[in-house]
Write a protein that binds this ligand. Structure first.
Ligand SMILES: Cc1cc2nc3c(=O)[nH]c(=O)nc-3n(C[C@H](O)[C@H](O)[C@H](O)COP(=O)(O)OP(=O)(O)OC[C@H]3O[C@@H](n4cnc5c(N)ncnc54)[C@H](O)[C@@H]3O)c2cc1C
Length: 196
């Protein structure tokens, strides 16, 4: 098998990268260790920041998020019976957050991938990376007891901090990029019955 970019991991990063590469005319294959159903049912994020929505739009997969998501322009904090509105929309020059589940983002990206006819290998075990810093990078994996190899130009490790990609890069070759925000996060836990 040959492709331009072999992507490890079919989470939001891998699927979105695959879609953006496809839009740029670059062929790619995703290799994921879990099943598609497992990935789809993995509950995580629910709030998408403006930058995420912008990227989904760029990838051409934001239609359903706009139709079914709940845009939030701000929040209200109550102290001693007084309401204090934090108008995030106004304070940030028009930005907002969108309440839309990660499972739905994943579904939209998977649908777009299927519509584009792009390959995703689910339930791939023993995924290993070879020569990714050389001229002939390869990804090897086992599926249904058979070993397969993908030849590619680049390998994109989108399998998370604890995935095989990061562990395969020699310590001296890793450059870490970190963005430290000048504010903290406010978490509020509410003990209320679920909304039906
Ligand atoms: C409880 C919770 C709440 C969150 N809430 C929000 C929120 O409100 N808003 C927000 O923006 N973000 C939120 N996040 C963060 C968001 O979920 C993550 O940023 C996002 O899932 C990261 O996507 P990813 O594709 O990089 O990694 P992952 O989602 O972890 O995907 C990595 C993929 O790689 C696969 N993989 C791993 N190892 C291998 C291997 N060896 N071979 C092949 N495949 C492999 C995994 O199975 C997985 O499918 C939340 C996270 C959690 C846990």
């Amino acid at each position: 098998m040959r492709t331009q970019v072999a992507i490890i991991g079919a989470g939001p990063s891998g699927l979105l990268l695959g879609q953006l590469l496809h839009k740029a005319g670059i062929d790619n294959i995703i290799v994921e260790r879990q099943s598609g159903d497992y990935v789809l049912s993995r509950i995580r994020a629910g709030v998408l920041e403006q930058i995420t929505m912008d990227l989904l739009e760029q990838a051409g997969v934001a239609q359903r998020a706009h139709a079914e998501g709940l845009p939030h322009h701000g929040i209200e904090l109550l102290f001693k019976g007084e309401r204090h509105r934090i108008d995030m929309h106004k304070l940030t020059g028009g930005k907002q957050v969108m309440v839309y589940g990660q499972t739905e983002v994943t579904r939209d990206l998977m649908d777009a991938r299927a519509a584009a006819g792009l390959s995703t290998v689910y339930e791939a075990s023993q995924v290993s990376l070879h020569d990714f810093d050389g001229t002939q990078p390869r990804v090897r994996y086992v599926k249904d007891g058979v070993t397969h190899e993908i030849e590619c130009d680049f390998i994109a490790g989108c399998d998370g901090y604890h995935g095989v990609s990061r562990a395969s890069v020699p310590a001296g070759a890793i450059h870490e990029y970190e963005k430290v925000y000048p504010f903290g996060w406010l978490g509020v836990l509410a003990d209320v019955p679920p909304v039906s």
